[in-house]
Design a protein around this ligand. Structure first.
Ligand code: ATP
Ligand code: MG
Length: 376
């Protein structure tokens, strides 16, 4: 039995498709796939926006992504003759976080939070913040309703699942005991808390004061208190975006390289999407190797190279045969990894994208990848 072929043209052309999420483990081609799908959708007549995260510099430049200002801009060089267009933006995590703060509290309080050193380090380094912010931005873009199709790239996490777990993690961080202890003094207005709270919390605060110093502790408390007032907002928005991801207008495209770890991550991800009722379009197997000379096996090519080398007369031919033998071994390995995936997930639609001779860094390269994504 063979898996169905993933028909991404059908996915991006379907007017019901409003969001495409490209996910997968680190370095597999998520950003490339997202940009290629956005471009292809635009050139087929849809009004598309692509939200990229940390695109390679040359790709960013070729898409006109020179500013990190969190607003989508029109990409030039796109064939708009079918009536579509492509906007693109790079996610600026900190800026998105700031915007959320500004939208959820009074200007004075927002400023206090933005100036707080703990906010500054949290917003740029808390693990999961980037994933959370990507979701937040997706929610915003979708809500603007300016585009037929929003294509989102996901952050370069080690694990693809981080993207789905981030909102919950941020939530449990805010719910955490440590945070609640810190909140104590801020909530009850200064030192009075010592009288009302248990000795355990008092001792903890005293210890924190000793370790951090009174001013630093106060900064943390101010920040956390402010965050707490927006907490409901964060949660609600994360929940809303989560529901958006489950909606039928969303299509998850899982990207994997034909490598053991990447495919294992892809397997987990596919299972997780099913558990969460999130709509999977299928798997993109990116950077697959090909050869026009499949009939010559690795073993025969290697044997031929060996014989020629002993003879010493045809070093170049021997070299070519050796390269071919190596390529055939790569193909065999890729094939067996692919078979392992399809055996575990026989119903997941799948498409191969061949490894291009060089990096994909301009619109022409994205078109080539786009055609391959569409099975061409
Ligand atoms: N089919 C392909 N053929 C050749 N090169 C490719 C292909 N797909 C992607 N690349 C290259 O591989 C590199 C990584 O791709 P990309 O940035 O899209 O991966 P990513 O999954 O977004 O990585 P990260 O997890 O770091 O965000 C880039 O240099 C890109 O040009
Ligand atoms: Mg990327």
């Amino acid at each position: 039995m063979t898996n169905p072929v993933l028909d991404l043209d059908a996915v991006i052309a379907d007017p019901r498709t409003r969001i495409v999420v490209c996910c997968g483990s680190g370095g597999v081609g998520k950003t490339t796939t997202a940009a290629a799908l956005g471009l292809r959708a635009a050139e087929q007549g849809r009004t598309a926006v692509v939200l990229t995260i940390d695109p390679a510099r040359r790709l960013a430049q070729s898409m006109g992504l020179t500013e990190l200002d969190n607003t989508p801009r029109r990409v030039s060089g796109v064939d708009e003759s079918a009536g579509g267009s492509l906007d693109a933006m790079m996610l600026d995590m900190k800026r998105t976080f700031d915007d959320v703060v500004l939208a959820h509290t009074t200007p004075e309080r927002a400023q206090a939070i933005l100036d707080n050193p703990f906010y500054q380090s949290l917003s740029s380094s808390f693990s999961g913040t980037q994933e959370y912010m990507a979701m937040e931005k997706l929610g915003q873009l979708r809500a603007e309703d300016r585009w037929d199709l929003v294509v989102v790239d996901t952050p370069p996490s080690r694990s693809a699942l981080d993207f789905l777990d981030a909102p919950k993690r941020l939530g449990s961080f805010l719910d955490g005991r440590f945070i609640r202890i810190l909140m104590g003094p801020a909530r009850s207005g200064g030192r009075a808390y010592l009288k009302v709270l248990g000795a355990g919390v008092g001792a903890m605060t005293a210890m924190l004061t000793r370790i951090l110093g009174a001013q630093v502790l106060k900064d943390v408390q101010t920040f956390v208190a402010a965050l707490d007032t927006m907490f409901g907002g964060f949660r609600e928005r994360a929940d809303a975006t989560y529901r958006l991801l489950q909606a039928s207008g969303t299509a998850f495209v899982v990207v994997a390289a034909p490598e053991r770890d990447a495919l294992r991550e892809a397997s987990y991800f596919v299972e997780r999407l099913a558990e969460e009722d999130m709509p999977l379009a299928g798997l993109v197997l990116n950077r697959v190797h090909r050869t026009g000379a499949r009939s010559l096996s690795a073993a025969r090519a290697a044997a031929g190279a060996e014989t020629l080398s002993e003879d010493g007369a045809h070093p170049l031919t021997a070299g070519v045969l050796r390269v071919h033998a190596e390529l055939m071994r790569v193909l065999e390995r890729e094939q067996s990894l692919r078979t392992r995936f399809t055996a575990a997930h026989p119903r997941v639609p799948l498409v191969d994208v061949p490894a291009q001779p060089g990096d994909v860094h301009d619109l022409a390269g994205l078109r080539t990848v786009g055609a391959a994504l569409a099975g061409g």
